[in-house]
Structures are given as structure tokens and as C-alpha cells.
Design a protein around this ligand. Structure first.
Ligand SMILES: C[S@@+](CC[C@H](N)C(=O)[O-])C[C@H]1O[C@@H](n2cnc3c(N)ncnc32)[C@H](O)[C@@H]1O
Length: 279
């Protein structure tokens, strides 16, 4: 028997998800993180739930969900959420936003405060930092970038700032040389963000649905891209209303390419190319 076959045959079975488990898990996820889990995700979700139940030594997915439901403060909630986030991102994703943002930052001047509120593994926040360093005079001071995400593992990777050479492919060579150092030995084929860039960013965990948003801070720009698409319209509206209260007058909200907020709020006006200005 090949080692693959033997590992398949000897793998202990995952607790199976039963009839109502998927729906129940989807409701828990939506209530806690806003993420809507479509029926097409059922197979993946049931497997993830089985793995979570197994890791806690629970014999069924039902018991795992019972545990979450009955213990709103359980530490196992975080791993449940992390299992369902989609962290797809890239450096300088939707490049046009960074040209618009560079012009905005030049005109606006310092101090400048930016919230990258679903920053996943950090590529977006570091792209913002590079854009600001390149477009603001004396960029070392007067700039504050807050990068947060609900997913603790993604934020940990963002904080580390270590990427494969493939991941940094969209970074222009000149910026790559300036802001990244090449790994050696066991880190060969990887790059690490230099402290000059990393130190511009404060990383943290924030759930956009929770009450504990960054308190007492107002921002010149908010990047919330490719995240609201996972929420229902009502959740999107509530989050937009809260963004409106923490954006400074004339501040910009950057949305993802397939996100359209025009019909959801009067607090923002579309300025073009999925960039909204606070009214
Ligand atoms: C597809 S990624 C987008 C990353 C980045 N903004 C971009 O456009 O490249 C969506 C991110 O939203 C995060 N997310 C999902 N629900 C969230 C919530 N309720 N609060 C904060 N972040 C959330 C996920 O963890 C994930 O990292």
C-alpha cells in the first residue's frame, strides 16, 4: 500500500455533520461575523466542522455547535470563525485605488490616518503604507495606519510580514528593493517587510459586527474591500452608517470591485471606480 493510501485508510474518521448542522453553523457564523455561508459551501463547511469537533475530542458536530451556542464567550469561537473566513488578497490589488489614494494623500497632506479594516494577511495594508511613503514628504511621521481583521491567524501573518517571492510579484521592483529584504537559509525564496514599513502599521483584531471598533479615532480613509460581499444588505447598511461616523469630512471609503453601496446609504457619494466620499 502506498504511504498516501495507508494514511487515508488509517486516518481516524471525522465526526460527521448531520441534518441541521450546516444550517445551524451558518446561522451562528452569520450572527457572530456577518458572513453568509451559501449552500454551495456545504461540503467544505461540513468537513471544517468535523475537523473542529474532532480537535476538541467531541464525537459529533452537533455537540460542537451546542458548545458554541451555549458558551458565547468560549475561546473556541475564534477558531470557528477563522475556519470560514476567505482571506484571498494581493499586493496592490485593484491598482487604480492606489493611484487615487496617492493623489488624495498628496492633496490632503498630513496628519493622515487610515483604517484597513479587513486586511487579511497584510498585503493591502503594506500596499497602503508603500503608497503613503512614496507620495508624502517626510513620511516617517504624521501617518497612522490601523490594519485589522476578524481572523486572528491572518492578522498574525500580516504582523509577521513574511511572503513568498510569488506573492510579491505585483510589487514594482523599485519598491521591492526599498521595502523588503530577501530571506536566506531556511527563508530562501521568501521576503520580509522591512521595519521602516512595518512600523507604520498598527495591527489588531476587530470584528466589524462588534461594538468595539477603534474608539475615539477618526480616519481620512477607510479601506473595506472585498469583504462586504460576504455580508447581507442589512449588515452592510449598518456598517456603512458606522463608517460614516468615523470618517473625517471629505474622507474616502474604498470598496471592492464588485461592491456597490450607492443604493444602501446616503452618507456616501460614489466618486468613481468603487471609491466613495463621505457626504
Ligand atoms: C477576501 S478578504 C479581503 C482582503 C482585502 N481587503 C482585499 O481586498 O484584498 C476578506 C477579509 O475579510 C475578513 N472578514 C470577514 N468578516 C469580517 C468581520 N466581520 N470583521 C472583520 N473582518 C472580516 C476576512 O477574515 C478576510 O480576511
Amino acid at each position: 500500500m502506498s504511504s498516501l493510501a495507508s494514511s487515508i485508510f488509517s486516518a481516524p474518521e471525522l465526526p460527521e455533520a448531520g441534518g441541521q448542522d450546516f444550517q445551524r453553523a451558518a446561522e451562528l457564523l452569520r450572527g457572530r461575523a456577518g458572513i453568509v455561508l451559501g449552500e454551495h459551501k456545504r461540503e467544505m463547511a461540513e468537513r471544517a466542522l468535523g475537523m473542529r469537533a474532532k480537535s476538541l475530542g467531541l464525537p459529533t458536530v452537533k455537540e460542537y455547535l451546542d458548545h458554541l451556542e451555549q458558551n458565547p464567550l468560549s475561546t473556541h469561537w475564534q477558531a470557528f470563525i477563522n475556519a470560514f473566513t476567505i482571506n484571498h488578497t494581493a499586493f496592490f490589488r485593484e491598482q487604480h485605488h492606489f493611484s487615487i489614494f496617492a493623489d488624495f494623500a498628496k492633496k490632503r497632506g498630513k496628519p493622515l490616518s487610515v483604517w484597513c479594516c479587513a486586511s487579511s494577511t497584510g498585503e493591502e495594508a503594506y500596499s497602503i503604507a508603500m503608497t503613503l511613503r512614496e507620495s508624502c514628504p517626510a513620511p516617517g511621521s504624521g501617518i497612522h495606519i490601523l490594519a485589522t481583521d476578524i481572523d486572528t491567524q491572518a492578522i498574525e501573518r500580516a504582523r509577521e510580514g513574511v511572503y513568498s517571492l510569488e506573492r510579491v510579484d505585483p510589487v514594482p521592483l523599485e519598491l521591492l528593493r526599498k521595502y523588503f529584504q530577501r530571506g536566506a537559509g531556511p527563508r530562501a525564496g521568501m521576503v520580509r517587510v522591512k521595519p521602516v514599513l512595518r512600523n507604520m502599521i498598527e495591527f489588531g483584531v476587530v470584528n466589524l459586527l462588534s461594538a468595539d471598533w477603534p474608539s475615539g479615532q477618526k480616519f481620512d480613509a477607510i479601506f473595506c474591500r472585498n469583504t462586504m460581499i460576504y455580508f447581507d444588505k442589512d449588515t452592510q447598511s449598518r456598517i456603512l452608517a458606522r463608517f460614516a461616523t468615523i470618517l473625517k469630512p471629505g474622507g474616502l471609503l474604498f470598496a471592492g470591485h464588485s461592491e456597490n453601496f450607492t443604493y444602501l446609504t446616503k452618507a456616501f457619494r460614489l466618486q468613481g471606480q468603487t471609491v466613495y466620499v463621505a457626504t
